[in-house]
Design a protein around this ligand. Structure first.
Ligand SMILES: [Zn+2]
Length: 436
């Protein structure tokens, strides 16, 4: 599902873009649910719902003791609430001590600052904070090269694989001296004049950089027929894509996102590691397939003295449950969210209404946030009844979702319950309703 590996650009108004990226996994999800047709129809009483659709959780969660306590008031009474998801481990290898090769083009205008950022990030406390629980330790820069030619106006993912394999074979791009590609990551930086296209599969179209994504990571799994496999990441420079960030800062965010996702899931197609796989029955996969994606909308930036990196989903923090699941936590911004009971994927008879109990929580005092359901994707349009328009820590409410009588059996709606402090500061809680 290639697009799930892309870091998606999704202002709220462009939610469809994410919906496209999520299509493959969502279809799997909905088809899986449709297979439950023999089950009794779900009733409206929330207490009657089975928990069969709960997120599959990695069994061994490390001790919570080492986790940073997170922002602000340790005595703040965080209200009870539904569990946040945890990203499963599919068992594939990771890059335990990433060896990163930087590949620039001759006309890259920002090579010096991007190299400085890369040199910072490989030994940073940020990498330590986000990588340790997934088995990723300190990284290193194996080399930095620039091509002999300027960057093309347009390039495909296949072109990038060819560029890398050709460069590695003719030694213009470094490879590890031990002869293996274990832990190796090639990071290819494109300047802003290049449009990168990657096959989105699910949408039947090509996805373009700075429109649908601003970076992705992937793998070459049989270099020139030699059986050699290596991981690579592609970084686009997307001017003016994040409010409040400079273009370089935005590119640094992309680098950090792809670095940790490539390290924790380097071979997403042949041997996935930390990711919601197609078989994971959770609507959270529509928010993000990998640990960077779950903290990428909106983009959550961590600043060191000079550089910037993205906050990253922590299964440990999600397990602790009363701290921000995106780490390192932002001392200035409490986490807030509204969860639903039940969650997951729900079958509803056509014409019927399903009620979700809403529970709001925050990790410190915040002002009321606005609550609204957003139809992110689907082939039927339910109607909503929300008994409150704002929420706060300890707030309770009800969201009723009515499936139109004329909806086709098996049609569905992906709903993101949106909790928003401002237009740029919001969270989504995903639920899927399937017409039965
Ligand atoms: Zn990502």
């Amino acid at each position: 599902v290639p697009l799930r590996r892309l870091r998606l650009l999704v202002p709220a108004a462009l939610a469809l873009a994410t919906a496209c990226g999520a299509t493959d996994s969502l279809k799997d999800l909905v088809e899986g649910v449709a297979g439950l047709d023999a089950q009794p129809a779900y009733q409206l009483d929330a207490g009657a719902y089975p928990d069969a659709m709960m997120v599959s959780v990695d069994a061994g969660h490390p001790d919570a003791q080492s986790q940073d306590a997170g922002p602000t008031d340790a005595n703040f009474p965080v209200a009870s609430h539904p569990m946040l998801p945890r990203v499963p481990n599919n068992g594939g290898p990771i890059l335990a001590q990433p060896r990163v090769v930087l590949v620039f083009f001759r006309d890259e205008p920002n090579r010096a600052v991007l190299e400085a950022h890369a040199n910072w990030i490989v030994g940073s406390s940020w990498l330590n904070a986000v990588g340790t629980e997934y088995g990723v330790g300190t990284a290193s820069i194996l080399g930095s090269v620039a091509t002999a030619t300027n960057a093309p106006m347009s390039v495909t993912d296949a072109d990038i694989q060819t560029l890398l394999t050709t460069g590695i074979m003719n030694h213009s791009i470094p490879r590890p001296s031990d002869g293996t590609f274990v832990d190796t990551l090639y990071m290819v930086y494109f300047p802003s004049h290049t449009t990168i296209t990657a096959n989105s599969g699910a949408m039947g179209t090509q996805a373009a950089s700075c429109v649908i994504f601003d970076g992705y990571h992937s793998e070459v799994d049989n270099m020139m027929g030699t059986g050699t496999r290596f991981a690579y990441a592609v970084i686009a420079a997307c001017p003016s894509s994040t409010p409040g960030l400079t273009d370089i800062e935005d590119e640094e965010l992309t680098v950090s996102h792809e670095l940790i996702e490539a390290a924790t899931d380097p071979y997403p197609f042949t041997n996935p590691a930390w990711a919601f796989s197609a078989s994971t029955d959770t609507p959270w996969a529509t928010i993000g397939g990998e640990i960077g994606d779950l903290c990428a909308i909106p983009r959550q930036a961590y600043r060191s003295a000079t550089f910037i990196a993205q906050r990253i989903w922590s299964n440990e923090a999600a397990f602790i449950d009363i701290v921000d699941p995106c780490v390192p936590p932002d001392p200035m911004k409490p986490y807030y969210q509204t969860g639903t009971i039940p969650d997951g994927v729900r079958l509803v008879q056509r014409g019927d209404t399903i009620s979700f109990i809403l529970e709001g929580w925050s990790t410190a005092q915040v002002q009321d946030w606005a609550l609204s359901p957003l139809i992110a994707q689907g082939d039927m349009t339910p109607t909503f009844m929300l008994d409150r328009s704002t929420m706060n820590n300890g707030g309770r409410g009800t969201l009723q979702v009515t499936v139109p009588p004329g909806a086709a059996a098996g049609s569905f709606a992906l709903i993101w319950l949106t909790s928003a402090l401002t237009a740029d500061d919001f969270r989504w809680w995903p639920i899927v309703v399937v017409a039965n």
